[in-house]
Ligand binder design. Structure first.
Ligand SMILES: Cc1cc2nc3c(=O)[nH]c(=O)nc-3n(C[C@H](O)[C@H](O)[C@H](O)COP(=O)(O)OP(=O)(O)OC[C@H]3O[C@@H](n4cnc5c(N)ncnc54)[C@H](O)[C@@H]3O)c2cc1C
Length: 381
């Protein structure tokens, strides 16, 4: 039976000083930013804001200096992310490059790829999307069919990806493609490529979500030529590489802070003499504080080079359940209808989060899939 470890993690004093510095920066730079935009935080794409963060040295914080990084600790990075999300900063432009692409290239990329792509990400000028899911291949990702055929000097790709966040705004996609179909095993013969989003034959088509915004896409590939130098890692090892990449996706503060802005607006508006409201706010804050300690514990273990994959899955599952429950609880308490044109920030934020909350337990692996991973780790399946 797996023995869950959530060791307490104490942040060092200089990390606390960094927190104050980030807070000061955000106070200045988010002045006048509407609450409902803040609620979008890691969906908010703002390349100018991202460039400012890059100038401060808060992207690629843990990477080697020779690739544009800053050689700081994972806990420093954690504190910066936590402050950005709690304040509602628009971080989507650098989010994927910082969280996934940089670490992927450090682990599997060639020296040329690291030198070419990582410094631009760290400066806040390289915007990346993830091309994994496809029509008919979401949870069962290994069933994906987009394929690449070998030609002189590279490959030609045909097929399509689905739900690719910000594909229409990014410079690059890291795409998982079938290079060598094997009828006996769907997990073999997959490879990862770095694709310029402006090359001929790539067509991102934005999809409007319930809230009316267009952040994810269908991306169609028609005879897209990609040179050999854009293969990431080893041909045919894409599945193993992607599984390592997903581990970066599941434990961060984004997994419990997506509805934080709603809690802030609630605390501002609620009548402190209302006992029911006080109990609800107290319960939510206690819940969030516990999730934060669990998430921080995972960050501490990652910082020590451990691989707490199951603990990370537990944090994501509990965190996204909490994030999803919050709009419902606020609606029940106040009886106000979510209204995008509502005359209070609370009504607008409630409206936005009510519409996007169902996605919280889908993105990055669905609730059922995560619970399957946890059950397997516990030896139950
Ligand atoms: C906001 C958002 C952003 C996204 N961004 C990206 C992105 O940038 N790049 C990218 O590649 N993908 C992205 N995705 C796609 C996301 O990874 C998929 O939606 C997710 O993997 C689920 O796949 P699906 O939508 O095909 O649902 P399905 O896999 O069809 O699942 C439908 C339902 O069936 C359940 N289910 C499926 N299989 C099982 C099983 N074996 N056992 C039990 N239950 C099961 C699921 O839990 C789910 O509830 C994004 C999704 C969202 C919502």
């Amino acid at each position: 039976m797996y023995d869950f470890q959530f060791e307490p993690c104490q942040l060092p004093d200089d990390t606390q000083a960094l927190r104050a510095e980030v807070r000061e920066f955000l106070k200045e730079n988010l002045e006048g930013f509407p609450a409902v935009k803040k609620a979008a935080t890691w969906q908010g794409f703002d390349s100018e804001f991202t460039r400012k963060i890059g100038e401060r040295g808060w992207i690629g914080m843990t990477w080697p200096k020779k690739y544009g990084g800053h050689e700081r600790s994972a806990l420093d990075r954690y504190v910066v992310l936590e402050e950005m999300l709690a304040a509602g900063a628009p971080v989507a432009a650098h989010w994927i490059g910082d969280r996934q692409t940089g670490p992927l290239l450090l682990r599997y990329g060639t020296e040329e790829q690291r030198q070419e792509f990582m410094p631009a990400i760290a400066r806040g000028e390289g915007y990346y999307c993830i091309g994994m899911s496809e029509p008919d291949s979401g949870s069962d990702l290994a069933s994906m069919r987009t394929k690449a055929e070998r030609v002189d000097g590279g490959w030609v790709i045909n097929g399509s990806k689905l739900w690719t966040t910000h594909a229409h705004r990014c410079n690059q996609m890291v795409a998982l493609i079938r290079t060598n179909p094997d009828p006996d095993s769907k997990h073999t013969g997959l490879s990862q490529f770095l694709l310029d989003m402006d090359i001929e034959g790539i067509d991102p088509r934005p999809i409007r979500d319930l809230s009316g915004s267009e952040h994810f896409n269908e991306v169609v590939f028609k005879d897209v030529y990609v040179p050999t130098e854009r293969l990431v890692g080893e041909e045919g090892q894409g599945w193993q590489q992607v599984m390592a990449e997903l581990a970066f996706e599941r434990s961060g503060p984004e997994r419990y802070l997506s509805s934080f802005l709603l809690l802030r607006e609630l605390v501002k508006e609620v009548d402190p003499s209302d006992g029911t409201a006080r109990r609800l706010v107290g319960r939510c804050i206690a819940h969030m504080a516990t999730l934060r300690l669990m998430s921080l514990s995972v960050a501490g273990m990652l910082n020590e080079g451990k691989a707490p994959a199951l603990e990370a899955s537990v944090v994501k599952d509990l965190g996204t359940s909490f994030e999803q429950e919050l709009p419902e609880l606020v609606h029940d308490l106040l009886g106000i209808e979510p209204d995008p044109d509502g005359d209070t920030d609370l009504a607008q934020v409630l409206s936005y989060l009510t519409q996007v909350a169902p996605s919280f337990s889908l993105r990055g692996g669905t609730r059922e899939i995560l619970r399957g991973i946890i059950a397997r780790g516990l030896g139950l399946r």
